[in-house]
Design a protein around this ligand. Structure first.
Ligand code: GDP
Length: 585
């Protein structure tokens, strides 16, 4: 009888070898024979492990350990003295049904006005005011973000708005959104959008909803629908009223007199400000000067702002805030908590760091993915791709290989994928999302080809997986910011100064290394420290202008600088060239 070994969805090569009581090298060799290049610490998935074990003829059977549901984070349990808090809303629905437009319309109509005025950048949450009450919206439309929140057991949302276009009806992603909300046990309101459009048919939507077990109120069910137009603004107030009504029924409360807790919903680096985190306070208060631990990092809150950029001193439950002061970048969905002092904050963060290291394989993948999703408006550049393949197996392989191309700077974002020929939906989605359509072993009907060329949607069909991946890689490479490469050309030691003005210096000296050329860039250095970066505009050998002065020669030179350079004898002028070089992945 064969031995059974239980492993998880993925396993490191090292651990698998250990479990199989095999030398790691034998396992790696076997993997290589099967075309999988993996090192000891790399993870392989269950299927690969199973194939390899089969090939090894070990009389061992692998069985998959059922993935445990991520433990639900304990939601704040309100005490008797807890006070009413604003509801937290997420918006979901099929692509193009108007999620973004609706979020913009709500935001534009009634964003809590900040004294600092105006919204300067996209932030992943905002608050609006209606009838002197506040409503918090998570502005991360899309299922990925919602799924990610769920994955972390972060029941951030109290209510999901399912957006359905009145002229289009319920579509696969609508159904998916309903499923998500149901699974998360979150209340829903259906916003029937685009009601202004010709062809809008609210009754059809209501009918389709009932087919999804969502019977509307007027037909005896409990599904709330609101007719809206994100374009004209019609019905937005009704929607907000309805949200408040549901919030009242749910009786949402939180304590304010407990240490502040909540979740990080966005984190990015900002020049001059360092790590900037957007967080949603769940209970307690968050105040400037507080020590806060978030995941494996901590902060003394330096600045706290509302999401419209207005400085605030503190924030209570259901309030999204922007904060600075973190030592490192916290991660999306990290829980934060106010610590009593810096020592406590530091040790909590360190403990978490150790935790994460021991769980590195698992976490690296997740956190990277999450950060990427949430950072799509930030530094990361993404290449949108739609993948169609002949069979599910090849679709999975293509998608997995595409994911493997991701780096911290550039990443593939699969906006759509499926099995079957390329169709008009794919082209339409590619057109609206600026994506490339990759087909693997599938065809493109002539009509669709025509549509794609009309809409200038790139469609590329491959029969060999690595050719497809190479192409995607090349596209990603184009998104990389070129590298700036500096090459040293020569050095001069200053022996005399003839003239200095605010922007120009004329001096002379000896070339001690390489050569000086004109025009060129240079740095003025003193004791190894850079004083200024300058531009050499003239070189003179004796009284004659020269193009180039070589090592061992004396010369005069003029340089320009944007700031005054207080040059002295003995300073060095180091000449270099700077070029931007295309990078490779
Ligand atoms: P999302 O993909 O769900 O975020 O959809 P968008 O908000 O990007 O909207 C898709 C398209 O529908 C855009 O061209 C919008 O201008 C349009 N749209 C959204 N809401 C309305 C509406 O209420 N009426 C009309 N006529 N067009 C709308």
């Amino acid at each position: 009888m064969s031995t059974t070994i239980e492993i998880e969805d993925t396993i490191t090569v090292g651990t698998l070898a250990e479990k199989l009581t095999l030398p790691v090298t034998s396992l790696i060799t076997e993997l290589m024979k099967n075309g999988v290049m993996a090192t000891v610490n790399e993870r392989i998935d269950f299927d690969t492990a199973q194939i390899i074990v089969g090939e090894l003829d070990l009389d061992i059977e692998l069985i998959k350990k059922e993935a445990e549901e991520a433990p639900m984070r304990q939601k704040h349990v309100a005490s008797e003295t807890a006070t009413t808090r604003p509801p937290v809303i997420a918006v979901m629905g099929h692509v193009d049904h108007g999620k973004t437009s609706l979020l913009d319309a709500i935001r534009g109509a009634s964003v809590v006005k900040g004294e600092a005025g105006g919204i300067t950048q996209h932030i992943s949450a905002y608050q609006v005011e209606r009838k002197d009450r506040k409503i918090t919206f998570l502005d991360t439309p899309g299922h990925e973000a919602f799924a990610a929140l769920r994955e972390h057991g972060a029941q951030l949302t109290d209510l999901v708005i399912i957006v359905v276009a009145a002229d289009d009806g319920i579509k696969p992603q609508t159904i998916e959104a309903i499923r998500f909300a149901r699974k998360a046990g979150v209340k829903m309101i259906v916003a029937i959008n685009k009601i202004d459009k010709e062809g809008a048919d609210e009754n059809r939507i209501k009918q389709q909803l009932s087919e999804q077990n969502m019977l509307i109120e007027e037909w005896g069910g409990d599904t709330i629908t609101v007719n809206v137009s994100a374009k004209t603004g019609k019905g937005i107030d009704d929607l907000l009223d309805m949200i408040l009504l549901v919030a009242d029924v749910e009786d949402l409360r939180a304590d304010e007199d407990v240490p502040g807790t909540g979740l990080i919903i966005e984190a990015h680096m900002e020049q001059g400000r360092g790590p900037v985190a957007v967080a949603l306070v769940e209970a307690g208060r968050l105040s400037v000067g507080d020590f806060v631990v978030a995941g494996a990092t901590y902060a003394r809150i330096r600045n706290l702002e509302s999401t419209d950029g207005k400085p605030i001193k503190s924030a209570g439950p259901s309030t999204p805030v922007i904060m600075t002061g973190f030592k490192n970048l916290p991660e999306f969905a990290d829980e934060f908590i106010v610590a009593k002092d810096e020592k406590a904050a530091r040790s909590l963060a360190q403990a978490k760091q150790t935790d994460r290291k021991s769980d590195a394989g698992k976490l690296d993948i997740n956190s990277g993915e999450l950060i990427r999703m949430i950072n799509r408006t930030n530094k990361l550049t993404e290449l949108n791709i739609i993948v169609k393949a002949d069979v599910q197996g090849s679709l999975t392989s293509v998608n997995d290989s595409l994911k493997a191309l991701d780096t911290e700077e550039v990443a593939v974002r699969v906006v759509g994928s499926g099995v079957g020929a390329i169709n008009d939906n794919d082209v339409h989605l590619a057109h609206t999302s600026g994506a490339i359509v990759y087909g693997f072993g599938v065809s493109i009907p002539p009509g669709i080809k025509h549509l794609a060329s009309r809409d200038r949607v790139p469609v590329r069909i491959y029969k060999v997986i690595y050719e497809l991946i190479d192409d995607a890689k090349e596209e990603l490479t184009k998104l990389l910011v070129p590298e700036i490469v500096e090459t040293s050309i020569g050095r001069l030691v200053v022996r005399g100064i003839f003239k200095t003005t605010k922007t120009e210096v004329i001096c002379g000296g000896e070339v001690t290394k390489g050569k000086l050329i004109v025009p060129s860039l240079a740095r003025v250095m003193r004791d190894g420290e850079e004083l200024a970066e300058v531009e050499i505009t003239n070189l003179k050998r004796g009284p004659q202008d020269a193009k180039e002065i070589i090592e061992g020669e004396m010369c005069g030179l003029s340089f320009k600088s944007s700031t005054r350079v207080d040059i002295q004898e003995g300073d060095h002028i180091e000449v270099f060239s700077r070029a931007s070089v295309a990078r490779t992945l």
